[in-house]
Unconditional design. Sequence first.
Length: 276
Amino acid sequence: MFLRGNGLVWTCQQWVIIVNKLGLMAAIGRFQKGDDTFYAKVVDGKLYKLKGDVFGSPSYAKRAVTPTRGIRTLTPVEPSKIIAVGLNYADHARESNLKPPTQPLFWLKAPTSLLPDGGKIDLPFPSHRNDFEAELAIVIGRRIRNVSPQAASRYIFGYTAAQDISDRDIQRGESQWARAKSFDSFTPIGPYIETKIDPQEQTIQLFQNGQLRQNSHTSQMIFSCAQLVSFISTNMTLLPGDIILTGTPSGVGPIESGDRLEVRIGDMQPLCNTVK
């Protein structure tokens, strides 16, 4: 459960129902039923199957998928790579005792670290300090190389919620951070991709066992989403489905077995995971 500013306490499932009833979502998800894996638009809790390429000009079935029993939510994309951006909120840089970067600081995470909504985070070294980090994730929609910040938004498919789980013991002992952040299940993401939001006008929060731990706003990013896409595209080609984690605000903290973690970004549906 989690606490909202008006004092009401709601579960993840209740929030999904509320958001859907308000008609705030225009979300796309990836699902599996039996041997069938498919994309669908999510409207009022109903799934409308996608026809065609999700990154092209797809159409959607007019009738919702029925019955919904046995349908499993998957990670929203299968990227060729995950790019993680560090220290993109000044307050997080301060709490980490590090100077804010003068240009985006990024590294690669293993795609096998992805975990869908509802999945369990597995800590390979439970005795280590392992931290949560709530992040807004960019999903790339078109092949991109050397794009300007002004044109970058044309290549973004949408946005989703994510976490960048981090083994601090390993991270502090190494000069690069990929290993500490690439263990299986260390990148929870989803549940859906939202294609109609302003990425710089979103609240970003993380609740741990119902307690608010991170509470910030994406307007506090040092480098905007467009600037990140532009900068990264000058260093490597980005492909449809690639993910960029845009950094975490202050308030990161340790997790342990049994914890329930909920990432909430604006009116997007929450990303809910537990620690194994």
